[in-house]
Ligand binder design. Structure first.
Ligand SMILES: Cc1cc2nc3c(=O)[nH]c(=O)nc-3n(C[C@H](O)[C@H](O)[C@H](O)COP(=O)(O)OP(=O)(O)OC[C@H]3O[C@@H](n4cnc5c(N)ncnc54)[C@H](O)[C@@H]3O)c2cc1C
Length: 441
């Protein structure tokens, strides 16, 4: 900074953290560049609705350029960041090097398959619009292929679905898949009975929604079962093949497998040379900067920071948003030559939806489950959606779906192939354990 020129702030990632940092920093006397490899900001909490044909992509995502259109000191670049040269204060993208005075890295997280990257094509995760559309394609296609098979006289068993991971994403996906099978598709097929489709949620730990109290976990599992989901806890997936999944020593045929079990930080975290945790999250200083570089901040899902009780902050949108706000405040304090302060997270509570009129909520010691928790979830998520038009359309779609059980975005786009299709969709979920051949001496 030469004292006259406006400081140049480069922000990597236009998710919850980066976008908030850009909007707040835009009120300072700074020149801001926000870089994202997508042209849109995705409202990830509603991705499962796209994956289950309840909403269309445009209703939960908005162009970054449009969101920031009123801030004339913010430029938007569609680019992928690949590296940093911190000693030269440069961000390296696929096509250029950009100078900065302040750097904010908010590139989020990706799926982790715990060393089994080969499972990814067989069991897609849910992180982007593309992921959601692929899951939607597979789910809807599975019913179509089952119908076709039945017409060919090859049995009329409806497809079986396996969701791996009992965190919030796995729970909401499994609950909504059950709703599709039991209600939305019920009267539309002539040769299979979609309501007999089986949905299995497999969780390696002892309970679903482990971040919530034991009581709420139990209530979530009960609500899932009422919706028609088979919940299997303390069961670790050991193999995924085209067709079957192996878990707890059992072979489970599955037309569609969805991965909701693991999260790893964006690989950009490891490019900074700063210490990272096992998930690749950057261990940030209390002011969210990295050691030795007060001008470089890491926020959101990519940052690892403990709260005042020593508990790590969760990878949720409110943490990313509050950290984005905090970075803007810190830059403002720097510009006014005031000392920096430590970030503190204000936890306003957690909500997880399970399906139609089913959810759990935890606000400090106050807990809620069922219909009213679901209403609270609905209200918060519509409130935080970007754009008045999106809020209105999502509200109308939800009301329509609630009263009619219909899902309006049931389009199969792309290939009509399903990995492993043809595996017998046995009605029995507990077929034979793996055969161990022992040789006699
Ligand atoms: C399915 C799902 C459901 C969720 N539900 C909830 C919920 O109900 N409530 C809640 O609070 N939280 C929820 N979360 C978590 C929440 O979405 C995240 O905590 C939050 O998005 C983190 O914000 P972020 O800014 O760190 O990263 P993100 O929002 O993930 O944004 C990262 C951005 O960086 C961009 N990017 C990544 N790498 C590069 C690169 N190399 N170059 C350029 N750009 C790059 C990406 O395109 C993306 O736009 C959910 C997450 C998922 C996946």
């Amino acid at each position: 900074m030469d004292g006259k020129a406006k400081p140049r702030v480069v922000i990597v990632g236009a998710g919850f953290g980066g976008l908030t940092a850009a909007r707040r920093t835009a009120h300072l006397s700074c020149q801001i560049t926000i870089i994202d490899r997508k042209n849109h900001h995705t409202f990830q909490p509603l991705l499962y609705q796209v994956a289950t044909a309840g909403l269309s992509p445009g209703e939960i995502a908005a162009p970054i350029r449009w969101i920031l259109r009123t801030h004339s000191n913010v430029e938007v670049l569609l680019e992928e960041v690949v590296d940093f040269k911190l000693d030269q204060k440069k961000v390296i993208t696929r096509s250029q090097a950009l100078d900065y005075d302040y750097l904010v890295i908010a590139s989020g997280a990706a799926h982790a398959y715990f060393g089994h990257q080969d499972w990814e094509p067989l069991a897609p995760g849910l992180k982007t619009i593309e992921d959601a559309l692929e899951i939607r394609r597979r789910v809807l296609l599975a019913f179509e292929l089952a119908e076709r098979q039945a017409v060919q006289g090859e049995g009329a068993a409806p497809p079986q679905f396996v969701v791996v991971g009992g965190g919030p994403t796995g729970v909401e996906l499994a609950g909504t898949l059950a709703e599709i099978a039991r209600h939305a598709l019920k009267h539309e097929f002539r040769n299979i009975q979609p309501q007999q489709a089986r949905i299995l949620l497999i969780e390696g730990g002892p309970r679903v929604l482990p971040a919530y109290s034991e009581d709420l976990s139990q209530k979530a599992a009960d609500q899932l079962r009422r919706l028609g989901v088979e919940v299997r806890t303390s069961s670790v997936v050991t193999q995924i093949e085209p067709g079957p999944v192996w878990a707890g020593g059992r072979r489970i045929p599955a037309a569609v497998v969805v991965w909701a079990a693991g999260v790893a930080a964006s690989p950009l975290g490891r490019k900074l040379g700063a210490p990272v945790d096992r998930a690749g999250r950057v261990l940030v200083q209390p002011d969210l900067s990295i050691p030795g570089h007060p001008e470089v901040f890491v926020i959101g899902d990519l940052a690892a920071l403990a709260d005042e009780n020593g508990k790590m902050l969760p990878g949720v949108a409110p943490v990313a948003i509050q950290q984005g706000e905090w970075v803007a405040k810190t830059i403002a304090r720097d510009l006014e030559h005031q000392p920096r302060r430590a970030f503190r997270y204000h936890d306003k509570g957690s909500l997880a939806t399970i399906g139609r009129a089913a959810a759990v909520a935890q606000f400090g010691k106050f807990e809620l489950s069922g219909y009213f928790a679901w209403l609270a979830w609905l209200f918060v998520h519509i409130l935080y959606l970007i754009g008045f038009r999106n809020r209105l359309i999502v509200m109308i779609n939800w009301a329509w779906a609630y009263f009619t059980y219909q899902r309006g975005a049931r389009l199969i786009t792309g290939s009509n192939e399903l990995p492993g299709w043809g595996e017998p969709q046995s009605a029995d979920w507990a077929p034979e354990p793996p055969v161990v051949v022992r040789r006699s001496a």
